[in-house]
Design a protein. Structure first.
Length: 494
C-alpha cells in the first residue's frame, strides 16, 4: 500500500507573514535557504524586497517558479528557496516571505487524494432519456468504483456511483448503463427524461489505487450551529471517499480539525459514514456525540490528538482505509485508522463494515498519558468509545458493544532481519480483529480484521523502526496506551 512520511512545523494550515529570509547589502545577487515554517502551498509564496528604493513583490506558481522584477527563483520540496536577482536588493533592506503553511490533514489530502475530473455528459431537454459520450481529461484508466453521476428528474436531484463492474444502478431510474474504464466511453439510459436544461455531471478520478480517494466535501470547520467555529483561521473539515478493494464499497470517512489552545488541545474529530453525499456534515446528533462549546469539538467519538508544532507524520493508504500516525518530540505516537476492515464474509451479507479506531475518545490533550487514551493496537477489550460504525452480517447497524483485540492465539512467530534500533531477530506479529457482543463475555460476532496492522511483540523495538519480514517492510509505532507485551504495533508499508 502507498506510504509516505515527513514533518510539518504547524499542525494545521496557517498563514504566515514577515518571514525574514535575508538582508540585502547592495551587492549580493543570490540567496538560498529554508523557510521557517513548512511545508507550504507553493502558489501562496510571495517575496517582498526593495531595489533602488522601490518595493517589489514576487509571486510563485504552483510548480514552484518564483517570478518578480529583477528576480527569478525556485521553491523545492515546499520549503527550500533559491533566489537570483539581476540587480542586488538595496543595502540593509530585508527580503521577506509571506505564505500559507500546510498541516498534517493537508498532507494527507495531498498524498491520498487524486484530483477529481468533471465532465458534462449531456443536458436535459425534458424528453431525452439516453446520453452517451467519451469522457475527457485523462490519458490514464479511470478508477473503478470512483465514477459519480449527478442528474435531475422532475424537481428531484439524484446521484449514483458506478459499481466497479462497469455499470450504474439507481433504483428504477436507470434502465441501462455502461462505463468503460479504459476507453472512457459512458452511456446511461434513464427511465424518465432528464429535467430541461439540467446538466448531467460526471465526476471521476484516475489515481493509482490507494491514492485515488475523492474529496466529497471540504470547508472551514463548523460548530454545531453550522457556523465557522474558528473565524479567520484555516482549520478544515474534509470528507474522503473510496470504493474499497472490491470497487463496490462506499468507504466514506470524515476528519474535522479542532483546537482549544488554552489547554494545549489540538485534535481531529474523526467519523465514518454509511451513506454520504457531498453535503453531509458533522453533527452532534451523529453517534451520540455531544458538541463541547469550550473545546469546540465533538466528544465521545474517536479523535486524533496532536501537538501544535513540529510533528512527524506517517500516512498509509489503500482503497480500503487511511492510517495516520503523528509524533511530537518527547511524547507518544498518536494514531487513527479510518475506513474498511477486511471482511470475514462476503460483500452482500456484510455491507460497509466501516471502522474509526483512534488514539483518544473525548477531549484529551496530546500530552495527557492516562487510561483514557488508547491506540489502534491493545491487548485489552474496549467498548464503542473508539469505534463509531460497523455493520453486522445482515447490514444492520450495531449501536454499541464493539471491542477489539490483538491476540497471540491467532498470531505467528516470525523470524526477521530487523533494521533501525531493533536488534532482536524474533518478533511476534499478531493480527487485530474486531468483534461485536458483550465485552464481558465471549464475543458473538467476528466482524473484521484491520488491514496490514499488527500487534508487535519484541523487547527491542522502538518507534520508528522498520522490521523486514521476507520482502515486506513494517513500520513500528508506540501504542499510545502501553499495555505490555504489546507496547508497539506495526503497519505494513510499500
Amino acid at each position: 500500500m502507498p506510504y509516505t512520511s515527513g514533518t510539518v512545523t504547524n499542525w494545521c494550515n496557517k498563514a504566515f507573514t514577515g518571514d525574514s529570509l535575508a538582508t540585502g547589502d547592495g551587492t549580493t545577487l543570490i540567496f538560498s535557504g529554508t523557510l521557517t515554517n513548512y511545508p507550504i502551498f507553493p502558489e501562496s509564496l510571495e517575496i517582498s524586497y526593495t531595489i533602488g528604493g522601490t518595493p517589489y513583490t514576487a509571486t510563485t506558481s504552483a510548480g514552484g517558479v518564483i517570478t518578480g522584477t529583477s528576480l527569478a527563483g525556485t521553491l523545492t520540496s515546499e520549503k527550500d528557496y533559491s533566489l537570483t536577482f539581476s540587480t542586488a536588493p538595496d543595502n540593509t533592506t530585508n527580503i521577506v516571505a509571506a505564505y500559507t503553511g500546510k498541516g498534517v490533514l493537508q498532507k494527507v489530502k495531498d498524498f491520498v487524494v487524486s484530483p477529481s475530473i468533471t465532465n458534462v455528459i449531456g443536458t436535459g431537454d425534458g424528453t431525452t432519456t439516453v446520453f452517451s459520450t467519451t469522457l475527457t481529461g485523462t490519458s490514464s484508466n479511470i478508477s473503478k468504483g470512483q465514477v459519480h453521476v449527478r442528474f435531475k428528474i422532475g424537481i428531484d436531484e439524484y446521484f449514483v456511483w458506478d459499481d466497479g463492474l462497469g455499470t450504474f444502478d439507481h433504483h428504477s431510474l436507470i434502465s441501462a448503463s455502461s462505463i468503460d474504464y479504459t476507453t472512457k466511453a459512458i452511456s446511461i439510459t434513464f427511465t424518465d427524461a432528464i429535467t430541461n436544461l439540467y446538466d448531467i455531471v460526471c465526476t471521476f478520478t484516475d489515481g493509482a489505487e490507494g491514492q485515488d480517494w475523492l474529496i466529497l466535501s471540504e470547508y472551514n470547520t463548523q460548530n454545531n450551529a453550522v457556523s465557522d467555529a474558528f473565524p479567520g483561521e484555516l482549520l478544515k473539515t474534509m470528507l474522503f471517499r473510496n470504493s474499497g478493494e472490491n470497487y463496490q464499497d462506499n468507504v466514506t470517512v470524515g476528519v474535522r480539525e479542532t483546537k482549544y489552545a488554552t489547554a494545549l488541545y489540538f485534535s481531529w474529530d474523526c467519523l465514518c459514514y454509511y451513506d454520504a453525499d457531498f453535503n453531509e456534515l458533522f453533527r452532534d446528533k451523529i453517534f451520540n456525540s455531544a458538541y463541547n462549546t469550550t473545546y469546540k469539538a465533538y466528544t465521545n467519538n474517536p479523535q486524533l490528538p496532536t501537538a501544535e508544532l513540529n510533528l512527524n507524520y506517517n500516512i498509509f493508504s489503500s482503497k480500503n482505509r487511511i492510517i495516520v500516525v503523528v509524533r511530537s518530540a518527547a511524547t507518544v505516537d498518536s494514531s487513527i485508522y479510518l475506513g474498511l476492515g477486511l471482511r470475514y464474509t462476503d460483500t452482500i451479507s456484510y455491507q460497509n463494515p466501516l471502522l474509526c479506531a483512534a488514539s483518544s475518545s473525548g477531549n484529551k490533550s496530546y500530552n495527557s498519558l492516562s487510561s483514557d487514551f488508547d491506540s489502534i493496537i491493545t491487548t485489552k477489550y474496549y467498548n464503542s468509545n473508539y469505534v463509531d460504525r460497523s455493520n453486522n452480517r445482515n447490514g444492520a447497524y450495531l449501536s454499541g458493544n464493539y471491542s477489539y483485540t490483538s491476540h497471540s492465539e491467532k498470531g505467528v512467530g516470525i523470524s526477521t532481519t530487523a533494521i533501525g534500533d531493533c536488534t532482536d531477530s524474533s518478533v511476534l506479529l499478531t493480527p487485530v480483529d474486531f468483534f461485536a457482543g458483550n465485552v464481558s463475555v465471549e464475543k458473538e460476532v467476528l466482524l473484521f480484521r484491520l488491514e496490514n496492522v499488527y500487534g508487535c511483540f519484541s523487547p527491542a523495538v522502538s518507534s520508528g523502526d522498520s522490521i523486514i519480514v521476507g520482502s515486506d517492510s513494517y513500520k513500528v509505532f508506540q501504542s499510545a496506551y502501553k499495555t505490555a507485551p504489546y507496547d508497539y504495533f506495526c503497519v505494513k508499508e510499500e
